[in-house]
Design a protein around this ligand. Structure first.
Ligand SMILES: [Mn+2]
Length: 337
């Protein structure tokens, strides 16, 4: 995965032992935290001083991960984060392709003259970096951290803590191996992680059996009251207003994964989740098969991602955004079926 130039650059960072900051994206998911914590533990084992910086709050279902003690949240620890980035010799940026994905942390990154390495699996990376490792066909950034260790001849440092972080990253970003994982290499990697003595079933339970009562009731409400199935168009979507989120005492991460649930309906190939925010609507899009929600998101909703999983946003209000989406889906009906 790493070019010889990239290997040399990373080896140099490790040899100089200058402080490293690992940065991942806003609204962190299992891949953001799992890949970052894994890289941080790996660097720590090589005696490199390392900190992980995440733009905003980490959801509770990821706080048990090994390496979480190295994570600082920018929103609540601004001055500490600023100092860490200013004092870093290198910045590793994981699991994002655009400066918009790191919120206000971008200001600190732009002030820093540290060496920048971007490791990512989203389409069309547009972030300025000294080393860009972009492999959009891979299911997760976590998988890329495994390959980084392998390419640096350091799989000897793989232990159950790193393996647990990487397993969380791969498991969550592939929807528990439902998508983005139809190739042998990923299962060889996972096989090697399982060999390190991770508790695969406990990991699953820590991540997925973690709903609060409010979250479960919000899910039930969304499915029974807020889901719209577009008959004949193989599409289903859910929309949620801010008032509804408040009613269910919404916390960060509560709507994570809701967008995938309508796929359980026979014949559904495209799903969407619209969440009303203060000045915009946040949109998550998923598809099965060849219909590209990456293209839909980038063409119409100033976003992007992968062919079967993408996100975007809309400056229109919630109803207007939904109308726009319905029109696009109706116009795309030949591509979907
Ligand atoms: Mn990812």
């Amino acid at each position: 995965m790493l070019t010889s130039e990239a290997k040399e650059a990373i080896r140099k960072i490790i040899d100089t032992k200058e402080p490293v900051v690992v940065i991942s994206h806003i609204n962190p998911d299992g891949d953001a935290i799992g890949s970052s914590a894994a890289l941080a533990i790996f660097l720590q084992k090589l005696n490199v001083p390392v900190t992980v910086i995440i733009p905003n709050e980490v959801p509770d279902f990821l706080k048990w991960l090994p390496g979480y003690d190295m994570v600082l949240t920018y929103r609540s620890r601004k001055s500490d984060c600023r100092k860490k980035i200013a004092g870093a010799g290198a910045l590793f940026m994981l699991d994002f392709n655009d400066k918009d994905r790191v919120g206000d942390v971008i200001n600190e990154i732009q002030k820093s003259d540290a060496f920048r390495i971007l490791i990512d699996h989203h389409e069309r990376p547009e972030f300025e970096a000294d080393i860009l490792v972009s492999e959009p066909w891979r299911g997760s950034a976590g998988e890329m951290i495994y390959l980084l260790m392998k390419d640096l001849d350091h799989l000897d440092l793989m232990d159950s803590d790193i393996a647990t972080c990487l397993y969380v990253a791969i498991m969550t970003d592939t929807g528990n191996f439902r998508y983005g994982s139809s190739y042998e290499e990923i299962f060889n990697i996972v096989g090697n992680l399982v060999n390190k003595g991770i508790d695969k079933d406990q990991i699953y339970s820590n991540v997925y059996d973690s709903y609060s009562e409010d979250r479960m009731k919000l899910l039930g409400y969304c499915m029974s009251e807020k889901m719209v199935v577009m008959n004949g168009l193989s599409t289903a979507y859910i929309s949620i207003t801010q008032e509804e989120l408040d009613r269910f005492n919404h916390k960060v991460g509560d709507t994570e994964g809701f967008v995938n649930i309508p796929f359980s309906i026979k014949g559904i190939k495209v799903t969407a989740l619209f969440i009303e925010k203060k000045n915009h609507v946040k949109i998550s899009l998923r598809s099965k098969g060849s219909f590209s929600v990456d293209r839909l998101a980038s063409e119409y909703f100033s976003g992007g991602g992968h062919i079967n999983a993408a996100g975007g946003e809309s400056e229109l209000n919630l109803d207007e955004t939904i109308n726009k989406f319905e029109t696009i889906i109706t116009d795309s009906r030949h591509e979907i079926s």
